[in-house]
Ligand binder design. Structure first.
Ligand SMILES: CC(C)(COP(=O)(O)OP(=O)(O)OC[C@H]1O[C@@H](n2cnc3c(N)ncnc32)[C@H](O)[C@@H]1OP(=O)(O)O)[C@@H](O)C(=O)NCCC(=O)NCCS
Length: 173
């Protein structure tokens, strides 16, 4: 398994694989911004927007490959407000359903946190679906639970669910 950071150009190049990863998560019921069924064109358009963010320097994208196959990704969204230059947000942590429970998400999160530290971002925030596997994962990775907003978002099936807010302060030494 390898973890690599993608350039804006590589995101466009790998768009078919990245869209397949996103569609797999949405079809599996994950709450990751989209409703099912997610059309390939909509997924491609999303990744082109991500590529533009990476080109602007407001986002970093890391992927996991297993035997050469696209198996997972995570984004680090870098806050741009002058009063938030110590902060970053984890988004779109996705592991393909064929590669789960092998520690890929854990490795991807370590890569994103290391990148945040290198950028001098000492505070990482994220949110996730209440009672999801991801909620357990973040607790296990040392994220502090702030609270739950009831009925904040829809899962990909359309059902409203609570969203848990988390943060983690990274040691900068
Ligand atoms: C949540 C997700 C990213 C986890 O990826 P993963 O690579 O399987 O996670 P890991 O193997 O690193 O799991 C680490 C720990 O998280 C917890 N965990 C992860 N998946 C779990 C599951 N299905 N059931 C129970 N606990 C789980 C466990 O504590 C696990 O440790 P263990 O395997 O030693 O018990 C993956 O299930 C996924 O992509 N889901 C759909 C998309 C999604 O919801 N993303 C989160 C958006 S905020």
């Amino acid at each position: 398994m390898s973890i690599t950071q993608l350039s804006a150009q590589e995101i466009v190049q790998y768009c078919p694989e990245l869209s397949a990863l996103l569609i797999d998560a949405v079809e599996g019921g994950a709450s990751v911004s989209f409703l099912a069924p997610l059309a390939r064109e909509a997924a491609d358009a999303y990744w082109h927007g991500v590529s533009a963010d990476v080109a602007r320097g407001t986002r970093m994208v890391f992927i996991a490959r297993v035997d050469g196959q696209m198996a997972g990704c995570v984004h680090l969204a870098i806050a741009t407000q002058p009063n938030a230059n110590h902060r970053a947000e984890i988004q779109k942590l996705l592991v393909h359903s064929a590669y789960r429970r092998r520690g890929l998400a854990t490795r991807l999160m370590a890569a994103a946190e290391e990148a945040a530290q290198k950028l001098g971002r000492s505070l990482v925030v994220l949110d996730t679906e209440q009672d999801s596997h991801a909620e357990r994962l973040y607790e296990r990775l040392g994220y502090q639970r702030v609270g739950v907003i009831p009925e904040f978002a829809r899962s990909s099936t359309g059902a409203l669910h609570g969203t848990v807010l988390f943060y983690k302060q990274l040691g900068m030494g």
